[in-house]
Design a protein around this ligand. Structure first.
Ligand SMILES: Nc1ncnc2c1ncn2[C@@H]1O[C@H](COP(=O)(O)OP(=O)(O)OP(=O)(O)O)[C@@H](O)[C@H]1O
Length: 133
C-alpha cells in the first residue's frame, strides 16, 4: 500500500495527518540543511522580539508578518528549485540550471529587500522617538 520497492512511500498521501507529518519533515530537513534559512529564521525571531519590545500596532504586525513570511516562503521555494535542479542535472553544469538557481536566489533577494524596507518603515519612527526621549 502506497509503498515503493524499498518500503518507502512514493504515492500520494492518504489523509491530512500524513500530509502534515511530511510537511513538518520537510521543514525540519530544511532547518538542518540550509544555513540561509536558519539565518532568516533567527533574524525573524529577533525582529519579532524587537516588535514586542517597542509594542507595534496591529497594522505594523501585519506588515511585519507579510515581510517575514515572504522571506521564509521564498527561501523554501529556493530550496525546492535547488534540489530539483541538482536532481535533474546530477550536478553537471547546464545553462538552464544556472538560470533556474540564480532566478530562485533573486526571488529570495527581492523578498529580503522588501522585508528590509518594511522593517525600516516600521522601526524607523520608533527608533527616532526613542532617541528624542
Ligand atoms: N548544475 C548547475 N549548472 C550551472 N550552474 C550551477 C549549477 N549548480 C549551481 N550552479 C551555480 O552555482 C550557484 C550556487 O549553487 P548552489 O547550489 O550552491 O546554489 P545556492 O545553494 O543557491 O546558494 P545559496 O545556498 O547561497 O542559496 C548557483 O546560483 C548557480 O549560479
Amino acid at each position: 500500500m502506497n509503498m515503493g520497492l524499498n518500503g518507502k512511500q512514493t504515492q500520494k498521501n492518504r489523509h491530512f495527518g500524513q500530509s502534515l507529518r511530511h510537511a513538518v519533515q520537510g521543514l525540519r530537513a530544511v532547518l538542518q540543511a540550509e544555513r540561509n534559512f536558519r539565518f532568516h529564521l533567527l533574524a525573524s525571531l529577533l525582529v519579532i522580539a524587537a516588535g514586542i519590545w517597542v509594542t507595534l500596532s496591529r497594522w505594523e504586525w501585519l506588515a511585519l508578518c507579510i515581510a517575514i513570511f515572504g522571506v521564509l516562503q521564498s527561501e523554501l521555494l529556493n530550496t525546492v528549485v535547488e534540489s530539483l535542479v541538482d536532481l535533474l542535472t546530477v550536478k553537471h553544469y547546464m545553462v538552464a540550471a544556472k538560470y533556474a538557481k540564480d532566478v530562485a536566489a533573486g526571488a529570495v533577494l527581492v523578498a529580503a529587500v522588501f522585508a528590509l524596507v518594511v522593517g525600516l518603515l516600521i522601526f524607523g519612527p520608533h527608533f527616532i522617538d526613542w532617541i528624542k526621549r
